[in-house]
Design a protein around this ligand. Structure first.
Ligand code: DOR
Ligand code: ZN
Ligand code: ZN
Length: 428
């Protein structure tokens, strides 16, 4: 297949370490076909999918059901296994079954999975650490959150800002600090999901400086919105953790620039319009679709000169590949080295419209946002899954499960690290 890419740029396909594709259990919100089609349309070639489905991905049986559902995938995917209070006995078999990483809900969110005690977390970290799989944390402290929310609701606060007020950054700071100590004790690799505040950067930086293998991500909505979004959008902007004040947003940009925050992920969390636009913000589901809008939104920041293209590639592809161990390996194809490519037009303009996204999530706080920079083709392991802004429907089922590469000797891994770091972009 011949491709004329004159004037376009070849970037490594984005690796989104944080998506919720809802199947099994909540397919009215999304499923593996619509979720991965959305990824393909967004220049995303690998996703890591979260375990708060029904059943949650905490047992070998639930993992099999998820892998069955994922057979429809257009793009490659890593499956997150759940680390919870009551499934420690299943962790080893989840690893054998092929999970790419683990997710631990320290705070409560969609799916109502109870957060594990610190004791259970410690035990889970001990079990997982020798296998090297990274443990990603929804780092919010459930007990503090529950107390604050009860107080605000009792006070009759159902204005949108009550949601922001219910989650002061201390909720996240406490959780990041505690998880980092557990990682330090056990040698587990950890990852801080959806960093929303400047306050979390100090414990993250401190843990890195102590040699903890800890990475962190933030999301486009924390980089592009601030507290004024509540007055404009009401319950639509509700997300866990919340979009915060402008000074936090500015701190996150600094965290990206100085390397404290390693990567950009989306927390793609689709819900229906009915579930988002409700009179009482406490009854609105949290989150929104995101996997398809990340690249256009961030390339727009590149066009605006707020981010270099090299930094974008590092944040969207190189850092997640390294953090989750997606190295080239002999005899097998893994992302990062096997023609997982987004071909982008940095000058092409567009407008974000939820109705035109491939995701079933039909509402986004970025509705009407003008963007500059669009992926025009997406290739997964050398095959087009999106071509000329059209989904290649014949590639349904092309996506493969990925997992951390463990077996390579250290010098080979170091070399792979260097070549990943050397990847930037090619102008044609
Ligand atoms: O806003 C959110 N939505 N935050 C989460 O942590 C979960 C997610 C979801 O699954 O809806
Ligand atoms: Zn979360
Ligand atoms: Zn999430």
């Amino acid at each position: 297949e011949h491709l004329n890419a004159t004037g376009l740029h070849l970037l490594p396909g984005a690796i989104d370490a944080h998506v919720h594709f809802r199947e099994p259990g909540y397919t009215h919100k999304e499923d593996w076909e619509t979720g991965t089609a959305s990824a393909a349309m967004g220049g995303v070639t690998t996703v890591f999918e979260m375990p708060n489905t029904n059943p949650p991905t905490g047992t070998p049986d639930a993992l099999r059901r998820k892998l069955d559902a994922a057979e429809k995938a257009y793009v490659d995917f890593g499956i997150y296994g759940l680390l919870a209070e009551d499934n420690l006995a299943h962790l080893e078999s989840l690893i054998e079954g092929g999970v790419a990483a683990f997710k631990c809900f320290m705070g409560n969110t969609f799916g109502n999975l109870p957060s594990p005690s610190t004791g259970a977390m410690l035990e889970g970290f001990e079990i997982i650490a020798p296998h090297g799989l990274r443990i990603s944390l929804h780092a919010e402290t459930a007990s503090i959150m529950a107390h604050r929310q009860t107080r605000l609701r009792a006070a009759g606060r159902s204005d949108p800002l009550a949601h922001l007020a219910s989650r002061p950054a201390i909720v996240a700071v406490e959780a990041v600090s505690r998880a980092a100590v557990l990682a330090e004790w056990t040698g587990a690799r950890i990852h801080v999901l959806h960093i929303s505040s400047g306050d979390e950067l100090a414990p993250l930086r401190a843990a890195k400086d102590r040699g903890v293998d800890i990475t962190g991500e933030t999301c486009p909505h924390y980089l592009l919105f601030d507290e004024h979004a509540y007055a404009r959008m009401g319950s639509l902007i509700r997300v866990n953790p919340p979009v915060r004040e402008l000074h936090h947003q500015q701190a996150l940009w600094r965290g990206l620039a100085d390397g404290t925050i390693d990567m950009i992920a989306t927390d793609h969390a689709p819900h229906t319009t009915d579930e988002k636009l409700v009179p009482d913000i406490w009854n609105a589901d949290c989150g929104f679709t995101g996997v398809e809008t990340q690249m256009p939104l961030m390339l727009t920041q590149v066009a605006a000169g707020r981010l270099s293209l090299c930094d974008y590639v590092r944040l969207s592809a190189v850092a997640p590949a390294r953090a989750f161990g997606l190295y080239p390996r002999k005899g097998a194809l893994v992302p990062g080295a096997d023609a997982d490519i987004a071909v982008v037009d940095l000058a092409r303009r567009g407008v974000i419209e939820a109705a035109r996204l491939a995701s079933r999530g039909n509402i986004t706080p970025f509705e009407g946002t003008e963007v500059t920079g669009l992926p025009v083709h997406t290739l997964v392991r050398g095959a087009f899954v999106m071509r000329d802004r059209q989904l290649v429907t014949a590639r349904k089922g092309h996506g493969r499960s990925v997992r951390r590469v463990q077996s390579m000797p250290e010098p080979v891994l170091r070399h792979a690290d260097q070549s990943l770091a050397a990847v930037t972009s090619v102008r044609l």
